[in-house]
Structures are given as structure tokens and as C-alpha cells.
Design a protein around this ligand. Sequence first.
Ligand code: CA
Length: 224
Amino acid sequence: MRILLVEDEKDLASIVKQGLEEEGYVVDVAHDGEEGLYMAENFPADALILDIMLPLMDGLTVLSTMRKKGITTPVLLLTARDALLDKIKGLDTGADDYLTKPFVFEELLARVRSLLRRKATVKEAVVRIADLEINTASHEVKRGGKTISLSAKEYALLEYLAYRKGNVVTRTDIVEHIYHEDTDMDSNVVDVYINYLRNKIDKDFKPKLIHTVRGAGYMLKEEE
Ligand code: CA
């Protein structure tokens, strides 16, 4: 999943970026409101973490401008303590949630996960497909009750497919939402990772859950 973080405090931005990347997310950072709006408009993000107090354009203006332009990316606002008016304005402007600074990183993570589920076909923290179980909070994956260990990238890909279970996910979707900009779009990186996943998720189990949809992409589903 791709997250856009708009935060002008560089230390905080880099800590949050690093923490999110350790969880397998791809993170783009903007350090002012204008850059944030530009990135929200031009790069597909699955969620936006938006600070309110920003140089050049404040977060609430970024939010109202992007909503007017029809950008529906879920937004988590970062507000100052006791800024009740900001919270109310933020929710009325189209924010999905807010978090008061200073915050504990685990809470930010939980709120981001909840935001990501809003647009997903699955609403629970644990996604189940046949006997495959993906705990999106702990990142624990089990099949047939057996724990399967995945790398952060393999997990990110599986989670992306799982949140869209029953729907075709194109290779472009995968490259845009799971990999960094510098990934060579022509490379077979997606096929390579799909193969890694198949070896771990499908090889020793029945039925196969990761399906290739010819000419379109991939789909995680129970039925053949
Ligand atoms: Ca700020």
C-alpha cells in the first residue's frame, strides 16, 4: 500500500516514514502543503497522512482542494493538542480520521490500517480466504493453521491482493502501490514476487488461491 505523508517537521516525517516502511508500506513524503496537494493529485496513494500546520498551504486547504477535485483518498489529519476547532473543521472538510500530536507510533499504524480498510472489500483486521488467514494488524499469515513466514515485500503484496479479494489486480496496480517509483516497470519484479508468494501460500496447499487472470493481472479468491 502506498501512503503519502505531508509533514513539514523533517525529523518526525523521517521517523514516521521509516516506521511505515518497516511495516511494508511504500511512503512518499511532501514537506509543504503545495507539494502535498500536487502529489495527492498526481500519484496514486491508498491513504494520506496530512499535518494541518504546514508552510505554503495549510492542511485543511489541501484537504478541501483535493476533495473539490474529486480525490477520495482516505485522509488522517494530524492536529495539535486541544485544537478542537481544527478537528471539527477537518472532519467537516472530508477527513476520515484525526490523530493528536504527539502520538504513539502504534496508534498511527492502527489508524492507518483502519483507513486502508475503508476502501477495501474486506473490513475486518483478519482477512480469510478459504483456510488462508492474514492478520493485517500483526502481519501474521497462516494457511491450514500453519504459520507462513513472509518477507515485508511478500506480505505487502499478499495484503494488497487480500484487501481486493475476488477482484482483478493489475500489474500496474501492483507496481504503483507496492513498489517505489524507481522500480523498472518493464522488469518482471511482479511475476517474481507472485512466484515467491505461490511457493509459500499455494504450493503445498489446496485449493490454489492466487489466480492469474490472462491479459489482466492476478486475483486472490477461493473458487477456481
Ligand atoms: Ca507542521
